[in-house]
Design a protein around this ligand. Sequence first.
Ligand SMILES: [Zn+2]
Length: 416
Amino acid sequence: MILSGSLQAQRNCGSEAYRSELVQNNPAAAQSIQAAELQIKSTLLKNKLVARRDTSANELINIPVVVHVLYNNAGQNISETQILSQLTALNKDFSNQNSDKINRPLVFDNVAADARIRFCLAQVAPDGRPAKGIIRKQTSMAVFAADDAVKSSMRGGDDAWDSKKYLNIWVCNLGGRTLGYASLPGGPADLDGVVIGFDVFGTVGNLRPQFNKGRTLTHEVGHWLGVKHIWGDTECGDDEADDTPRQRTYNFGCPSFPAVSACSETADGDMFMNFMDFSDDACMNMFTIEQKKRMRALFATGNLRNSFLTSMACDSTLVQGGPVAVDTVTAPVAVKQDVYSMYPNPASSFVTVEYKPAMALIKKSFAVYTITGVKVVSSELTQEKTRVSLSYLKQGIYIVRLGEGNDTVTMKIVKQ
Ligand SMILES: [Zn+2]
């Protein structure tokens, strides 16, 4: 695998995989994500009809942020300085104040936009008490997958704050090649927000060199605000922003201008410096006017993120009562359970019982009962797979009991 070194160093965003898994498994979420997309489209159309450039006449939109830091070791418990550096970078990127904007070619600079969206660490907690916008929790999870466990206190993560008023950002040790992933507008409310690796978050701290300018969060918050990958997630696809040129696929590393691809419409080629491409942090530096319009359409009256316009959590004068505790909460250890499976079922002469123990202890009892409670088979599981003979049982339904006491698992089996 000659390419593995450079593949490791490439940006990888999990948002599209996350979206497609969610819409496959959760029809309600699929419907509501589609509804959010229609909201954006119809608002854009309405704004066009009244010749307005975007929602609410360009008023500044303030988004209160709560950062959930889940750490398994001290290195993952990132400093407040690192968190603040990320907020600063995010605000610069969304306001077109990032100093590296000078690197853009003029043709793309002409469509660059200040989204007029700003982010603050929440000053007010959901219960009205003063907050820092940072929650720290030690977790037993050495590594998190892109499966939303980090968003659940029961699974070793931390529950979201009200996602109608706060942008939830979970910072953790995110496994695999994924740097981060975002939920799209319209996803389940308790899963709404962005998950990001602790080593690609902020501009100071122990960061991966290609991803040390806070752009992973800028990109993921772009998704959270309904902006799509610039190549439209398919070859020469459409990202629904008319001022980003069509491009064949994603760029990575640091391309040089012009980067012309198979479906470039002009000699200017790909807008690889757009935050929604996969270029390295040092080589992305802009959102466009049309991307900005998509983001802001979400905040129009009646639309999905409109509730943020009345969120007061950025204003520290509105607090009531004492401060919420910080740095003191420990996430519960994720509950591990033994996992059994049994096949075939119905069975004729043999059944195979598979058993994955949560703890190192291996032996488990295995018994088969008739439905009137008479024990007819008694055995022991001593390894991962045990084959048990059922040849002398009569045809019918039997009850299988695995383990003892509180750990007992009961299953039905049909003998043919
Ligand atoms: Zn992405």
